[in-house]
Design a binder for this molecule. Structure first.
Ligand code: BES
Ligand code: ZN
Ligand code: ZN
Length: 462
């Protein structure tokens, strides 16, 4: 999709005009005398448009165009004006660009093109005579939207076509030609580092485990980096504690956290952020086989702490433990880990917000604000010391599941906290609730691309 600008509405009949009509109940299509299509989106209650609804509205523009199979559209930037919406023009421009881009994405890689062709919007003309600042904001939003989509494509790719090595190759591809250093560790290197967690989980798979490192150092030399850690389980069968029936189906997206941090770094580099950023992705396939790790195994993590494996399906925290320890070598200002960690987070929050866990109250407040701004909504759950009782091991230092079936998302976070104790500031983001898109958000089925938008804002502002 291309975004261009014009001072007046194009007369070209191939270009459909999308107009937002306040007070009108429904959306409809009109054909003008000259043959030009006008797609009207009714906005029943314009004074109820807030930031959240604004995001959906931008997507709706594309959704409507796609349903009517129009590939070239124009809209007036000034249409996006609402009485109670407190957003600057630049802010609006960025949000519109990101969200029209996200709404124009669909995972069609393995589908045959229908006779009538795909229905994507190819050209968007924004009618505005506003300053270069607005255009810049559109361009920025477009870059962000494209990286969110790239993260969605990577995460949605089937598990049979996604091994740790393929994920590593995709990470390289994502930052090709950018100012990002890539390093990939294989099992041999991980053994040297003592990464018993990653190696333990990956040992049941024929595919070699990988540890992906991306470094984008564009800040002051003296500035400590921000480290993003992403769970890279390319397929989660559960291992020997194999997942039952339906529960395994979407587990090709269990590397969504990894995909998100990879494409956040790519976006940061494309936007030339003046920051030092590192992404770490421990990548494994969690499989049941004769060489799998067993329930009851005790793994020695890179930190020296031993992990008692109660359930091989709680694998994400086990691989992340080594990544958190590895992060220490950067002496980071902040570490954020992103993982489709627990079904319990989905039970707790539903599918509209990721769960955040941190003992840094300022960071918690900041993330809630940035979540609201970006559209990657987050909500905090407790990180109290008392929960540590739940994950005390019997034969190892920490157990990889809690003692009861309650509060599983917190148990997961508390486990990770044991490996984050040497870090200055740390947050765990359980994105299981936002792994896939949901009905009514005007996004195609599959990975939702969370929380690329949030992480970018975090990098920008922190
Ligand atoms: N990848 C899953 C969590 C998940 C479930 C993500 C559904 C997205 C949607 C994770 O590895 C897992 O299996 N967690 C277990 C932990 C349990 C064994 C303590 C879970 O949530 O059931
Ligand atoms: Zn699992
Ligand atoms: Zn998992």
């Amino acid at each position: 999709m291309q975004i261009t600008f014009a001072p007046t509405i194009p007369e070209d009949i191939d270009v459909a005009l999308v107009s937002l009509v306040p007070g009108q109940e429904q959306s409809f299509v009109q054909i003008k005398d000259a043959g030009q299509k006008v797609l009207s989106i009714g906005i029943k209650e314009p004074d109820k448009i807030n930031r959240r609804k604004f995001i959906l509205l931008a997507r709706q523009v594309i959704a409507l165009a796609r349903t009517h199979r129009v590939s070239k559209i124009a809209f007036e930037f000034s249409d996006f004006t609402f009485p109670k919406l407190r957003m600057t023009d630049e802010d609006k421009a960025e949000v519109i660009a990101t969200n029209i881009t996200m709404a124009n994405f669909e995972f069609i890689k393995y589908k045959t093109e229908p006779k009538e062709g795909w229905s994507f919007v190819e050209e968007v003309t924004v009618v505005t005579n506003k300053a270069a600042k607005i255009k810049k904001a559109f361009e920025k939003g477009h870059i962000i939207g494209k990286e969110v989509n790239a993260s969605r494509a990577l995460a949605t790719n089937p598990g049979g076509e996604m091994t740790p090595e393929i994920l590593a190759a995709e990470a390289k591809k994502a930052v090709e030609g950018l100012n990002v250093k890539v390093e990939i560790l294989g099992e041999k290197e991980m053994k040297k580092l003592g990464m018993g967690g990653v190696l333990g989980v990956g040992q049941g798979s024929d595919a070699e485990s990988q540890f992906i490192i991306l470094e984008y150092m564009n800040g002051k030399k003296s500035e400590k980096p921000l480290v993003l850690v992403g769970k890279g389980v390319t397929f989660d069968t559960g291992g020997l504690n194999v997942k039952p029936g339906d529960f395994m189906y979407e587990m090709h997206m269990d590397m969504s956290g990894g995909a998100a941090v990879i494409h956040t770094v790519a976006a940061a580099a494309k936007l030339k952020l003046k920051k030092n950023v590192v992404a770490l992705v421990p990548a494994v396939e969690n499989m049941p086989s004769g060489s799998s790790y067993h329930p009851g195994d005790v793994l020695r993590s890179m930190s020296g702490k031993t992990i008692e494996v109660i359930n091989t399906d709680a694998e994400g925290r086990v691989i992340l433990s080594d990544a958190l320890t590895y992060a220490e070598k950067y002496n980071p200002r902040l570490v954020a880990d992103v993982a489709t960690l627990t079904g319990a987070a989905v039970v707790a929050l539903g599918t509209r917000a990721s769960a955040i866990f941190t003992r840094d109250e300022k960071l918690e407040t900041l993330l809630r604000k940035l979540g609201e701004e970006s559209g990657d909504y987050v909500w905090p759950l407790p990180m109290w010391e008392e929960y540590e009782e739940e994950i005390k091991g019997t034969f190892g230092d920490v157990a990889n599941t809690g003692k009861t079936r309650y509060g599983g998302a917190i148990d997961g976070a508390t486990f990770l906290q044991q490996f984050a104790q040497n870090l200055t500031s740390w947050v765990h983001i359980d994105i299981a609730p936002r792994m896939t898109t949901i009905e009514g958000e005007f996004l195609a089925k599959g990975s939702a691309g969370a929380p690329v938008r949030l992480l970018l804002r975090l990098l920008e502002t922190y």
